[in-house]
Design a protein around this ligand. Structure first.
Ligand code: 5AD
Ligand code: SF4
Length: 449
């Protein structure tokens, strides 16, 4: 253990999160916990006394990145910060990390990070600390109350883990079984965020729409019930949720999009592929048709809904015809935005040992064709919002003088010049221009937030 720190000064820390929004949320909770322990945030990892790398294991490239990042933490004089590896690579690779990267002091899985302070203390005593437990007690109960630091938006994890076992995916192994956090805890956490100034909350879960719980009257409710309860909170302006699985897309949740005003017209619903043969091999337990039926129902109650998806090209055995079916479902759905990936073989998953792994050159070609269609659709969606009266929530300052960047109801980034406004304001605007990744707007009229 070596550190450059001055023992009399406050210790500094830096948390770097990779991958999904759940990791962003976990990273924030770890930062809040370290703050409560007296640590002060540092801008950069290299200068900090403690660095937490909050890692992602979903694809090989993301998982390998942790090792180069660890290497970069060594300083010119040979010293280094205390290094903790958290997140899904920690869970999946455990002691292997310590073997490959001896400079790592702490390895902690995504269900055990509330124990980080003890683990750091153990490491400081000279004994490397590894905690990959998935304890019965919830980490959430052991974390300090939320502090929102003047932000307009926040994530709130309501559900974790996955029981779906898609054959390509490591999440059921790294994040464990599906668990829903209790209703009362979620209302309390939402209230502390709102009190701290948050106006928009995104409910998070690997299968967020599988959330279930009992409301304050003991009634069994699903995500739609939770959304309806949260929508009653004064001060909260907007609600979103992600990521959903098609099989948990209930009629009640779809109906909520029709009548809960605070629920934004946005649905992130991964489909992964358009060929039923590939969907079956992926163990997705839905078909292209059942996916399209959900989209149709959603558009019937909320015609302007922005649909977003995830795609994998080059799953083992995928033929050109299968890939054409993916392009077909994209054309039939019409996406506002999407994430698409080349299949990445993950050790321990059933797909890793399937025959007919696809050549990288074929995957590259398919990914490029898919992305050009998705980009066209995104551009068309953005262009169609020009001229629409809408509102945006200002999230941060832009590069120009008096400029803000906010989000439209459809999760597009919107640039606006309005020096008299502040972060957290909800303002009525006219969209005047659209690029591939963002919109421009002018102020329509100012509303007191
Ligand atoms: N290879 C490529 N993409 C994957 N995803 C999950 N596992 C893999 C894998 N092995 C993608 C899926 C999922 C998103 C979070 O990551 O599209 O929805
Ligand atoms: Fe992975 Fe499938 Fe679970 Fe999503 S639903 S986390 S892709 S196993």
């Amino acid at each position: 253990m070596s550190s450059d720190s001055n023992p009399s000064a406050a210790k500094t820390f830096h948390v770097k999160s990779f991958g999904c929004q759940m990791n962003v949320y976990d990273g924030e909770r770890m930062s809040e916990m370290l703050g409560a322990q007296g640590y002060v945030p540092a801008e950069d990892g290299v200068d900090a006394d403690l660095v937490v790398l909050n890692t992602c294991h979903i694809r090989e490239k993301a998982a390998e990145k942790v090792y180069s990042d660890i290497g970069r933490l060594r300083r010119a004089n040979g010293s280094k910060p205390v290094i903790a590896v958290a997140g899904c690579v920690a869970q999946a690779e455990g002691a292997e990390i310590a073997r490959r990267a001896p400079s790592v002091d702490v390895v902690v899985g995504p269900q055990a990070y509330h124990r980080l302070p003890e683990l750091i203390a153990q490491a400081q005593g000279g004994k490397r600390a590894i905690d990959l437990d998935m304890p019965l007690e919830s980490k959430f109960g052991a974390l300090p109350k939320r502090s929102a630091n003047q932000r307009a938006t926040a994530f709130l994890t309501v559900q974790e883990g996955c029981d779906k076992f898609c054959t390509y995916c490591v999440v059921p192994y790294t994040r464990g079984a599906e668990i829903s956090r209790p209703f009362a805890d979620l209302i309390a956490e939402a209230r502390s965020l709102i009190e701290a100034g948050v106006r928009e909350i995104t409910l998070l879960g690997q299968n967020v729409n599988a959330w279930t719980g009992e409301d304050d009257k003991g009634r069994d409710i699903g995500l739609d019930g939770l959304i309806r309860a949260l929508a009653k909170e004064d001060g909260l302006a907007r609600l979103r949720y992600m990521t959903s699985h098609p099989n948990d897309m209930t009629d009640g949740l779809i109906a909520a999009h029709g009548d809960v005003e605070k629920l934004m017209p946005f649905l992130h619903l991964p489909v992964q592929a358009g060929s039923d043969r590939i969907l079956a091999a992926m163990n997705r337990s839905h078909t292209a048709r059942s996916y399209l039926d959900i989209i149709e129902k959603m558009r019937a109650v909320r015609p302007d809904v922005a649909v977003s998806g995830d795609f994998i090209v080059g799953f083992p055995g995928e033929t050109e015809d299968d890939f054409q079916a993916t392009l077909d479902i994209v054309r039939d759905t019409n996406f506002a935005m999407a994430y698409s990936f080349k299949y990445s073989k993950r050790a321990g998953t059933p797909a890793a040992t399937m025959d007919d792994q696809i050549d990288d050159a074929v995957m590259n070609d398919r990914l490029q064709r898919l992305q050009s269609l998705l980009n066209e659709q995104q551009q068309a969606f953005n262009a169609a919002t020009v001229g629409l009266p809408t509102n945006i929530l200002l999230e941060r300052k832009g590069k120009l003088d008096g400029q803000f960047i906010g989000k439209s109801p459809w999760l597009q980034s919107v640039h606006l010049i309005a020096p008299e406004l502040s972060i957290g304001d909800m303002v009525d605007v006219d969209i005047i221009s659209a690029g591939p990744n963002s919109l421009g707007a002018t102020l329509r009229q100012y509303q007191e937030a």
